[in-house]
Design a protein around this ligand. Structure first.
Ligand SMILES: Nc1ncnc2c1ncn2[C@@H]1O[C@H](COP(=O)(O)OP(=O)(O)O)[C@@H](O)[C@H]1O
Ligand SMILES: [Mg+2]
Length: 264
């Protein structure tokens, strides 16, 4: 007897598998660079140490070790970020919403990044009304940090944090005066491992997972992440649109497969 096959379910499974394959390919690609740098550096060290008289001076050895530590850190960071992403994508724990004041979340972020980047002017919309929303505070903070972390990388001198209310939703905004994001890429940048600037290097580079994590967190809250252009600063305006109220303490987590057929 043949079991009935639900074509919708099959389609979802295929999408899920395609997403996982894409993820695996991207991870392998990312890991290859630091691993080949490590093996090249180790080979050089081995060759150098084997020579008599010694070819490598103490400083050269130390610099080479520092580079290798950087490469190992890079692999660790990648693994940590991928784990976060997979954990969120998998559903993770049931989330417990709490009431938080949006302006205090933004003020904390502003303080944190202003201390780290004194050359940037990071402002908050003045006179914000006290708005309380239901969120998972740790995840919201993570999502906001990912957006501000990007703004810090791309801004020339200014970043602006704020929010506005749209009916039952609160839209958090992170604006900057950098080059911005081409409109055609607004959807793409939320996919895992997407970077518009392929000239990633160790000092500036992320893995292109930050915004996919933001999107997942927004989606988890029944909201969404949106890219746009800042009217006032001219660069990117990255938004997280969240429901103000959550109907219950926790929500069932929808599968990531739904996202594949949805614009980000
Ligand atoms: N504020 C911004 N201004 C310009 N480009 C941005 C901004 N934020 C994100 N991007 C683009 O979106 C890409 C994906 O961002 P993200 O997922 O955070 O990855 P990462 O920061 O690791 O590169 C970035 O590589 C960059 O090309
Ligand atoms: Mg980032």
């Amino acid at each position: 007897m043949e079991l009935p096959v639900d074509p919708m379910h099959l389609g979802r499974m295929e999408t899920q598998m395609a997403l996982q394959q894409e993820l695996m390919a991207a991870i392998s690609h990312e890991i290859r660079t630091p691993v080949s740098r490590l093996s090249f550096a180790l080979q050089l060290l081995k060759d150098g140490l084997g020579q008599e008289p010694k070819l490598l001076r103490q400083e050269q050895l130390l610099a080479s070790c520092d580079d290798m530590v950087d490469d190992i850190d890079e692999i660790n960071d990648l693994v940590a970020e991928v784990m976060t992403y997979i954990h969120l994508e998998d559903g993770g724990p049931r989330i417990i919403f709490q009431k938080v004041e949006v302006s205090s979340v933004l003020e904390n972020l502003r303080g944190q990044y202003a201390d780290l980047h004194p050359h940037l002017n990071i402002s908050l919309t003045p006179g914000l009304v006290d708005q309380v929303i239901d969120v998972e505070p740790v995840q919201l903070r993570r999502a906001c940090q990912n957006l501000v972390g990007n703004a810090v990388k791309y801004a020339q001198t200014k970043i602006h944090l704020g929010y506005r209310l749209e009916g039952d939703f609160c839209v958090l905004l992170v604006e900057d005066d950098g080059e911005g994001i081409p409109e055609a890429q607004y959807g793409r940048i939320f996919s895992p491992f997407t970077r518009l600037d392929e000239s990633r290097n160790r000092s500036t580079g992320g893995f292109g997972l930050g915004l996919s994590i933001v999107r997942r967190i927004a989606y988890w809250h029944g909201g969404r992440a949106i890219a746009g252009r800042s009217e006032t600063l001219g660069g990117a305006n990255m938004m997280i649109r969240l429901p103000i109220h959550q109907p219950t303490d926790s929500l069932p987590v929808p599968s990531m497969a739904h996202l594949a057929d949805q614009p980000a």
